[in-house]
Design a protein around this ligand. Structure first.
Ligand SMILES: C=C(CC[C@@H](C)[C@H]1CC[C@H]2C3=CC[C@H]4[C@H](C)[C@@H](O)CC[C@]4(C)[C@H]3CC[C@]12C)C(C)C
Ligand code: SAM
Length: 364
């Protein structure tokens, strides 16, 4: 083959590959977000790199500093920045539900995700006519699954304005906007009346609260007496050893890369729930056998991470994606490694499930 023919072939194949990765390839689950549309939430393009640096210098500090009284109040603002930086990448690479679920042999990730969400709806007896609160709703993947499965009316709250816009758009597209509402606000001070919900759930969201009692107390306040609340918590398990440097590094890695002010130990969750007035109905780690590992989806994604890295680097170089997107993507690759280490060693679970009831009669 002549050199010029070989060169032309390489150019055409290269262009076709870029076209495929960037324009055709959509999000992992639903083609809601494509690589060419990676913005960084509500952050303007020129501020992305600075915002990333601010985020990183805040969360890379020891957790004792982050939870110091003076910095506690800053956590929600940094969590908001975090979601501006990662929401599009999450949606592009993971889908519309920002959480894990146990793998189910022979079933897709999409099915496993939906079943994990429907479990929450069943646990709190969501049904038509009931008003259910989604605490930390993301872009609404769980909310839509739960509204469709149970027939309930779901109101979600998220601190991130960009997520509110994405969630409302998806609700409309799914034809569920009559039964799925999204509010922008802080779950530590919710803009809802006392006793205004028939049930509530939070999926991998309350781990962002500097003090769990602040969010549980708010959920308790807005629930009607007798109503149920289920939370899927991120915690360290009984296998975690605070004097093992490898364990500490894994947990610190998870905290830094996921905007967490400090992971809690599994035994703290029920104590907090009782402290704010809930009765604890049930508590279990949904990741334990016979459940199949939740982290296999992260591990299987290694080639995809490398491919995605090339895509974001090319988009940033062509100035289609903002500068800074490559740093954020690298941080996520690193975080994925820590999360799978946490899963494999068993020192961490993202699905410590606690089911609580607000008593009919207030405790004396
Ligand atoms: C509950 C939280 C988020 C949990 C997960 C939804 C996300 C945790 C880590 C994320 C990811 C890591 C690697 C990314 C990859 C490098 C990229 O190419 C595509 C997206 C990822 C797979 C991304 C997807 C979402 C996560 C799995 C926290 C924040 C409390
Ligand atoms: C990992 S995402 C999970 C989203 C959703 N539950 C899901 O599973 O798709 C965590 C969510 O909690 C929200 N969040 C974190 N801190 C918050 C706060 N103080 N007030 C309201 N929302 C908050 C984030 O904005 C984000 O939507």
């Amino acid at each position: 083959m002549e050199v010029s023919t070989a060169l032309w072939t390489a150019v055409v194949v290269g262009a076709a590959a870029v076209y495929w990765f960037v324009w055709v390839m959509g999000a992992a689950e639903v083609k809601g977000k494509r690589a060419v549309n990676l913005t960084m939430g509500s952050i303007t393009r020129d501020k992305v790199q600075d915002k990333y640096k601010q985020y990183w210098s805040f969360f890379r500090r020891p957790k004792e500093d982050i939870v110091a009284a003076s910095d506690n109040d800053d956590v929600p603002a940094f969590v908001d920045t975090f979601y501006n930086l990662v929401t599009d990448i999450y949606e592009w690479g993971w889908g519309q539900s920002f959480h894990f679920s146990p793998s189910i042999p022979g079933r897709s990730h999409r099915d496993a995700t939906r079943l994990h969400e429907e479990r929450a709806a069943d646990l709190i007896a969501a049904r038509p006519g009931r008003r259910i609160l989604d605490v930390g709703c993301g872009i609404g993947g769980p909310m839509r699954a739960i509204a469709a499965h149970s027939g309930a009316h779901v109101v979600g709250i998220t601190i991130n304005e960009y997520q509110v816009a994405r969630a409302r758009g998806h609700n409309r597209k799914a034809g569920l906007h009559d039964r799925c509402e999204v509010v922008c606000g802080n779950f530590l001070e919710m803009p809802f009346d006392d006793a205004s919900f028939d049930g509530a759930y939070s999926i991998e969201a309350t781990c962002h609260a500097p003090r769990l009692e602040d969010v549980y107390r708010e959920v308790f306040r807005v629930l009607k007496p007798g109503a149920l609340y289920v939370s899927y918590e991120w915690v360290t398990t009984a296998l975690y050893q605070a004097d093992n440097p490898a364990h500490v590094e894994t947990i610190r890695g998870i905290e830094r890369g996921d905007a967490l002010p400090g992971l809690r130990a599994h035994h703290e969750i029920a104590e907090v729930a009782r402290h704010v007035g809930f009765e604890v109905v049930e508590e279990r780690d949904q990741a334990l056998p016979p459940a199949e590992p939740w982290w296999t989806r992260l591990k299987m994604g290694r080639i995809a991470y490398w491919r995605n890295h090339l895509v974001v680097s090319a988009l940033a170089a062509l100035r289609i994606a903002p500068k800074g997107v490559v740093d954020v993507h690298e941080m996520l690759c690193e975080t994925a490694r820590h999360l799978s280490d946490g899963g494999e060693t068993g020192i961490f679970t993202p699905m410590h499930i606690i089911l609580c009831r607000k008593p009919l009669v207030p405790a004396s």
